[in-house]
Design a protein around this ligand. Structure first.
Ligand code: ARG
Length: 572
């Protein structure tokens, strides 16, 4: 499809001496107010070189480019050249491209041949999969989808927290207060209650902590009794996680968690020792990072046991050697910023120049209306309960709206919309912002929400159904673009045109909310369009063109929702 920015830069270039093509491209703006055109070129920078007042320069450029056929109109306003792209040309280009590309509209090949690892979700075994995990899970899944759409060769990793001293505590607690039957009936809830009890009891009797540490050491040494219990906790936990992933439609290529690296750590510790950057400190091994304004990285404790950070270093080296990644992305809470800064620095000091290709994508905190969550105190909201709650609520609304719908369809729609509402809510704000989880807000079906976008999409589908297959097919074969030049049509077409750029930007910034916001804009523009202009009019040419635009809008919204990990039901 035509790239208007580049086209404009080519047209302007001969009239602005001394500027590189890339400078011109950077200078081209999209005015906030569409009355100022689709694109604008500010001339302030040229004043020095040309020794002329910017408005005069703008006027002469406007005169020189006015007749190019991609423009309907070119105006000089103060220091700006305001350009109005030919609406007919744009309608022709954009709508026919979307109709031709369909589900591939917005796809790119820029990532071809490049491997990108996206690590996300990574919950801790034997602990609840709670609402706090939704962020990494949903943001990570969307980043994966975006990179996949941009043509990268992606690998999805769930770095399960399935190793560490907490398993000493868990096993200790299970032996003291646990029951096999309870764990089998309600695995995570039971394990969580033991874990909570452990912390309560250990406050009164600190020797419990020593006992737990000793158990963990036995686990590290592969003692069968401990290993068996640990494995059992892991399996039961995974069953629960997989139920949630299934509801969200999320998959992984690898579940290699922390325990996977247990035999890969001695080599790392050795390399660190050989490189001379590691030093002994009261029996522990540390890497000092004061020079970089960071606290020291603790590599092994005085009892020789390794840490979370050691496993991350080993995992990164393993990933580089296994996948030879172009980028290795970690979608992990901003609470772990220091952790990532530390071990990225350690990798660099070890001489791994690919450390620069490891990216931490942080996000803010979720809290509950009644205060923050704490696994230790057992104050959690289970993600599964949230998703089920959303589906239940949605089901009621769907039944109310469509009393005649069959049960199977109701169920399908309630799932797509209820779960979609939670996902969309999660991806609506900049990821770095903290937010408070509120049922009312998530399930609000008005405003800039998932249900609103999905509902708009279903409306577009309904218009297409009413238009009939013949008209939809005729529109795909060709339409009269001169019928799509009204204000609301042009606004909608412009937004659809921008979608591929928006997806690229979201990928570069690891920011799915850029896509979310843009599809809200498309949905609003689509609503306005079919409100302003009746689609199913008598005039065949008129109708065909409008149906073509409706189809393009439907495709753009569906593709956008797909990148968020959401379904686009055809009926609601
Ligand atoms: N399991 C950790 C948690 O729930 C997150 C793991 C993040 N990934 C990593 N490679 N450190 O807090």
């Amino acid at each position: 499809m035509i790239n208007y920015r580049e086209k404009i830069a080519e047209i302007i270039a001969p009239h602005v001496e001394g500027l590189e093509m890339s400078d011109i491209l950077d200078m081209i703006e999209v005015p906030a107010d569409s009355k100022m055109g689709d694109y604008a070129f500010p001339c302030f920078k040229l004043a020095k070189v040309l020794r002329k007042a910017p408005p005069l320069i703008a006027a002469s450029i406007a005169d020189a480019i006015r007749d190019a056929d991609i423009f309907d109109k070119v105006e000089q306003v103060n220091a700006y050249v305001n350009m109005f792209i030919s609406r007919e040309n744009m309608a022709q280009q954009v709508v026919s491209q979307v109709l031709a590309d369909g589900e591939n509209y917005g796809r790119s090949t820029i990532g071809e041949g490049k491997k990108v690892i996206v690590e996300y979700s990574s919950p801790n075994i034997a602990k609840p999969f709670h609402i706090g995990h939704i962020r990494s899970t949903v943001i990570g899944n969307s980043i994966y989808k975006i990179y996949d759409f941009l043509g990268y060769d992606t690998i999805r990793i769930n770095h399960l927290g399935d190793y560490g001293t907490q398993f000493g505590k868990m096993i200790c607690a299970y032996r003291r207060w646990g029951s096999k039957e309870d764990v089998e009936r309600e695995p995570i809830k039971s394990l969580l209650s033991y874990y909570t009890k452990f912390h309560e009891e250990a406050e009164k009797d600190p020797s419990l902590n020593d006992e737990a540490r000793a158990i963990f050491t036995r686990l590290e040494h592969g003692e069968p009794e401990e290993v068996e219990l640990w494995q059992w906790f892991r399996e039961e936990s995974l069953k629960e996680f997989n139920r949630v992933y299934k509801m969200l439609g999320i998959e992984f290529d690898s579940y290699n968690g922390e325990s996977f690296y247990s035999d890969k750590m001695p080599r790392i510790v050795q390399e660190l020792a050989d490189s001379g950057i590691m030093e002994k400190d009261q029996g522990a091994n540390i890497v000092r990072l004061d020079e970089y304004g960071l606290s020291p990285a603790l590599i092994t404790k005085s009892d020789g046991s390794t840490l979370y950070i050691t496993r991350d270093i080993a995992a990164a080296v393993y990933r580089k050697e296994t996948y030879d990644f172009y980028k290795n992305i970690y979608v992990v809470a901003s609470q772990q910023n220091l952790h990532f800064q530390q071990w990225f620095k350690v990798l660099e000091l070890m001489g791994y120049d690919w450390a620069k290709d490891c990216v931490h994508v942080p996000f803010g905190l979720v809290s509950l209306e009644s205060g923050t969550m704490s696994t230790r105190k057992g104050k959690v909201v289970f993600l599964e309960d949230v998703l089920n709650g959303a589906v239940d609520k949605t089901r009621e609304i769907i039944i109310e709206k469509n009393p005649d719908l069959d049960e199977e369809s109701i169920e399908e729609i309630a799932k797509a919309v209820g779960i979609g509402a939670v996902v969309f809510n999660e991806l609506s704000n900049y990821r770095i912002k903290d937010y408070v989880f509120s049922w009312d807000h998530v399930l609000n079906f008005e405003g800039e929400t998932g249900p609103y976008v999905q509902y708009t999409h279903a409306r577009l589908c309904s218009i297409m159904r009413k238009a009939g297959e013949e008209t939809v097919e005729a529109a795909a074969a060709g339409f009269d673009a001169s019928k799509l030049t009204g204000d609301s049509a042009h606004r909608l077409i412009t937004l659809i045109y921008q979608l591929p750029e928006v997806i690229l930007e979201a990928g570069e910034k690891y920011e799915p909310s850029i896509v979310t916001r843009h599809i809200v804009d498309i949905a609003q523009a689509a609503n306005k369009y079919y409100h302003d202009e009746h689609i199913l009019v008598d005039d065949e040419a008129e109708k065909t063109a409008r149906v073509a635009l409706v189809t393009a809008a439907e495709t753009a919204i569906r593709n956008g929702l797909g990148l968020l990990g959401m379904k686009a039901p055809e009926r609601m």
